[in-house]
Every structure is written in C-alpha cells, then in structure tokens.
Design a protein around this ligand. Structure first.
Ligand SMILES: Nc1ncnc2c1ncn2[C@@H]1O[C@H](COP(=O)(O)OP(=O)(O)OP(=O)(O)O)[C@@H](O)[C@H]1O
Ligand SMILES: [Mg+2]
Length: 304
C-alpha cells in the first residue's frame, strides 16, 4: 500500500492540509481531485520530500518514505523540470541514470519510452524546440524510464491533445497492470472517472470524499430522477409532493426526490400528463459529485 497518513501543513497562518489521508493499493489508479489551491501539489511534494509536513507521513509498503525509497518513485512535478537545451533522448536517459540504471539499461529504457510516448522522431531535438504537449511527454518518459515501483504524477494530462491523452492513459494502465500504484492529480474529471479505480476529493484541507466513483455515486443515489414526457404542460411536476424540480427543458425534467417520496407517485403524476418516454434514476457524473463535495465538505465527509 501507498499510504498518505494524517498530513498537516500550514504556510504561515494559512492551513493548507488538515489531516489528509488516503491509500492507494498496488495495481490501482487513484485520481486526486480538488479545486485550484486545494493542496494536491503540496501533498505530492510532501511525499517526494520537497515539502516538510507539520505532521503525518507517507508510507510505501509500511515504511515511511525516505530518499532511498523515493528513488523508486516516478514523479512528475507540477513545475516541469526539464533542461531546455538537452536533447530529448539524452534527457530521458539522464533521468534513468539519476534513478540508478546503468548506461546500457538507461539506453534501452529510453528507447522504449521515447517510442511508446510517440517521441521517436524528436529524439535528437533539444527539448526547447518541442511544443508544450511534447515537452510534457518527455517529462512523462522521464518519470517512467526508471521502471518505478510507484508513480506520483501532478497533472500529467494537462496540455495533452486527445492522442497524447490516450497514449499516456495506455502507458499508465500498463503500469497499473504491472502492479504499480499510480496517483495522479487532474482537473479533467471525465478522464479521472474513466481511468481511476478510486478517487479522492480534497477540499478545505481534508479528503471530503474517497472511494470508487460508484461508491461516491451510491451516496447520492436515489435522489435524481429524469422524466421525459414530451407532451406534458410546463411545470407539471411543480405540485407533486416531495419533489423539487432541478431543471426543465421542454418535456425533459430532472427531479430531486425527498427520501420518503415514492417514485411511483411521480410516475403516476407524469402519466397523467401524457406518454412517458423516459423514467430513470440519473447517475451523477464525477463533475456533479465534485461540485457537491466541494460545496458542502462536511455534509459528504466519509473519509474520517
Ligand atoms: N511554498 C509555499 N509558500 C506559501 N504558500 C504555498 C506554498 N506552496 C503552496 N502554497 C499554498 O498552498 C495552497 C495549496 O497549493 P497547492 O499548489 O498544493 O494546490 P493544488 O491543489 O495543487 O492547486 P492547483 O489545482 O491549482 O494545482 C495554495 O493556497 C498555495 O498558495
Ligand atoms: Mg497543483
């Protein structure tokens, strides 16, 4: 297990992390979400020894991370740390050597990752000549080249085009299949929802929601009902007891039901207005779950 345990961190009077904890099992992908300034980068920097926590620790396989263990972690910092004048291949090989690979292994691993991330044609170009997205791929190759046991990636998908997103996603999934725990931060929640086994939402210095997307959904389940009655008169649902109209567009209505409201009563009310063509519980997207969790952290706190 990769365990983030009870992390506290303040900068001056500004408390950023207030007991952040989550675990990532080997062979799983964890999506680390939170608004700008929530403390995701700070959490990852603490894991990498680049910021000191006021309390708490990060452990890998039960051992608190030290510099030796950190050499086995592939890390992609938020502020990208490439040498602009160095050639792509040299750069990646340099990171491999830094993590302890010998020259031959570094060259082989560099060749493999440069190809896999679609940089083969750019291998001898200086990094500064590459576009932002391609520089990002070099940074990823640098994180992956040393065959890390753990991956901690700060917004690895930002700035990538859809093909770049797919090649990175494939690369990460193959690491996961090989048993590596992967943590990445992202604001691209559709991507997090698609790729991650579990997600964590950081707000107000704490993890306000952690679990699989399905688990987070289940907490919201049974609340939103979508009813489509093409010929219904406007505001048909306004007077149904125990129901709040969330949105209404033509005959397409999204309703929030109180816990005690019987959905069959709503169905009967809908049928009374015309032919019902759609009647189903609405699955909230991760974006909706995120909005809810960030808006009311204490109400959705399951992390404690
Ligand atoms: N070295 C520092 N000195 C003072 N304040 C800092 C420092 N590093 C981070 N902070 C503050 O800590 C808070 C959390 O920042 P952090 O970069 O961890 O957020 P984040 O979740 O990564 O945000 P983003 O999504 O924008 O990347 C911010 O208010 C930031 O200004
Ligand atoms: Mg950040």
């Amino acid at each position: 297990m990769l365990e983030f345990d009870g992390l506290h961190k303040s900068f001056g009077h500004h408390r950023v992390l207030d007991g952040v904890g989550f675990t990532v099992a080997p062979g799983t992908m964890f999506g680390f979400c939170g608004s700008n300034g929530a403390g995701k980068t700070t959490t990852m920097r603490i894991a990498m020894g680049l910021a000191r926590p006021d309390a708490g620790e990060v452990r890998w396989r039960g051992r608190p991370l030290d510099q030796a263990l950190r050499r086995r972690i592939g890390y992609m910092p938020e502020e990208r740390g490439l040498y602009p004048k160095m050639k792509v291949g040299e750069q990646v090989a340099y990171f491999a050597r830094l993590h302890g690979l010998d020259a031959g292994a570094a060259a082989r691993a560099t060749g493999e990752w440069v190809e896999r991330l679609g940089l083969g044609a750019r291998r001898t170009d200086p990094v500064e000549k590459l576009s932002l997205g391609n520089q990002q791929r070099v940074q990823l190759a640098a994180a992956l080249v040393s065959r890390p046991e753990v991956l901690i990636l700060d917004e690895p998908f930002s700035g990538l085009d859809p093909v770049g997103v797919d090649s990175l996603a494939d690369a990460l999934l193959s690491q996961v299949r090989g048993g590596v725990p992967v943590v990445f931060s992202s604001h691209q929640l559709d991507l997090v929802e698609r790729l991650c086994d579990s997600v964590g939402i950081l707000a107000g210095g704490r993890m306000v929601a952690t679990g699989t997307v399905d688990e987070l959904r289940r907490r919201e389940a049974g609340r939103l009902l979508r009813v489509v009655v093409p010929d219904a008169p406007p505001h048909w649902a306004a007077d149904v007891p125990g129901v709040r109209v969330v949105s209404e567009q033509g005959g397409d209505t999204l309703l929030e039901l109180k816990a005690e409201t019987d959905d069959q009563t709503v169905l009967a009310a809908a049928l009374a207005t015309g032919r019902v063509t759609h009647f189903a519980w609405q699955q909230p997207s991760l974006v909706e779950l995120f909005r809810e969790a960030v808006a009311a952290p204490s109400a959705t706190d399951v992390a404690a």
